[in-house]
Design a protein around this ligand. Sequence first.
Ligand code: G16
Length: 547
Amino acid sequence: MAALPVDAISELSNLHPKPEHIHFQYGTAGFRTLGSTLDSVLFRVGILAALRSKKLDGKVIGVMVTASHNPEPDNGVKLVDPRGEMLENSWEAHATHVAAAPTTAALIESLSHLVKHAKIDLSKPARVVYARDTRPSGASLVKALEDGLKAMGAETRDAGVTTTPILHYLVRCMNTKGTKEEYGDDSEEGYMAKLSGAFKKLVTGKSALPPLIIDCANGVGALAATVLASHLGETLHIITLNDSTTTPGALNNACGADYVKTTQRLPPSLASYIQPGQRACSLDGDADRLMYYYADERGVFHMLDGDKIAALVAAFIVELVKGAGLEGEINVGVVQTAYANGASTKYLSERLPVKCVPTGVKHLHHAAEHYDVGVYFEANGHGTVLFSPETQERLSSHSPQTPAQSTAINHLLNLISLINQTVGDALSDMLLVETVLAHKSYTAVEWDSLYADMPNRLVKVVVKDRNIFKTEDAERRLVSPVGLQGKIDELVRRYEGGRSFVRPSGTEDVVRVYAEAVVKTQADELAFRVAGLVYDETGGDPAKRPK
Ligand code: G16
């Protein structure tokens, strides 16, 4: 019976001591906080990844070092399970526990407990692939991770600097190589060839769309978009902007998908490039979120967020399923979160089953798996479309009755190759949107007119302790602090079309407040009044109260 390599772990752990007084928690997107504090966490995640792999009989586990949309000094790390999906829920608590051990001795104890509790056979091999985004703290954090992997004697592959969705893709490819579920060639080139090949087939015979501007958030998406552009050639003319991946402080600064979504503005750096009617999009710092937008004839900015992407894509897939003669046999459903604009939920629910789940890709992903074709998008631009294994099988074996049915089936099969089935990818989603626009001959304006967004406002509140905020009903209602929801309800009733909810962020030390109303100024006012209630509840400094 193999044992934990206690000596190797102890020796290396002493090089990566846990800072005192910091409580690390595996949240919505793994561990995420100031990069300079994460050294011990990365070391321990290396050990955890190896243990997770051993637990799963040597399957490849992924580790991504990124803080995505967060500011440049932040960093983070998350584990990816063998099919390229987020880490299984029960292991999130294990990860938090292992990261919390104050000393090397406590770490060994915590790991021994995990091995026993999770019944891990330590004689199994450990295989781990890892990557990082372009953050300056990434290189040294990867070294700490490598020490953890080394302590466990894991077999490793360094995928270098790449996007989060590419890392997820690699994990799935490496685990399915040589099986009948083979997902693709396990390289960035292989991924881009797969996406661009499918895109070219999907848009064959369609008129070329005008050039598309991509704001790369000065992050790793810039590198991936450049590779993708070379694969696409003439098929789609891409103009990449904000691609300064080595300029200090540039990452996600006044650009990127989160900036666009939260400020509802065009990144200032794009202003001189955008012509009226021209569509553009923004990626986030690790290229797994996508926001589209355009400026109208009067130069007014219009945002096409994750909800608009869901509406566009879901309608297109429903049409193809009908066209393939499979209506009633393949059901298409949509998954959203409480942040989905009320108008989008109304539009989609009138056409399809729609489910609301808590924030976090893992929740959406799991819910989407319950449909034959599950379309999931968070309003912030995270999302993808999942085709169940049975649906993929059915499409491959279906005998079309007419040439039109055959075309629709081929389109659906190509969509399966185009869309990342492991996690949302901004670049794959971008090609998906471009496919639909080409098929429908839509401009950004026509796409936007599917429905009109309810005016809304998102506000961050810095509080003493966000952990006192607890929610229910897919985060639409607060259960703690007791009594606060009642006060929010009372406020909401005073606004026409009012809706508001409060939830603690899983990636930043803040509480988020969302509000909607039929008039923009009212949505703003409601958001700030609810933010004020939240602030008062936690006894903050009156001078810093949101207004
Ligand atoms: C992460 C999660 C998303 C979530 C976002 C914001 O995104 O993967 O599912 O919507 O954080 O979460 P919160 O409101 O809890 O801070 P990313 O792009 O930062 O990895």
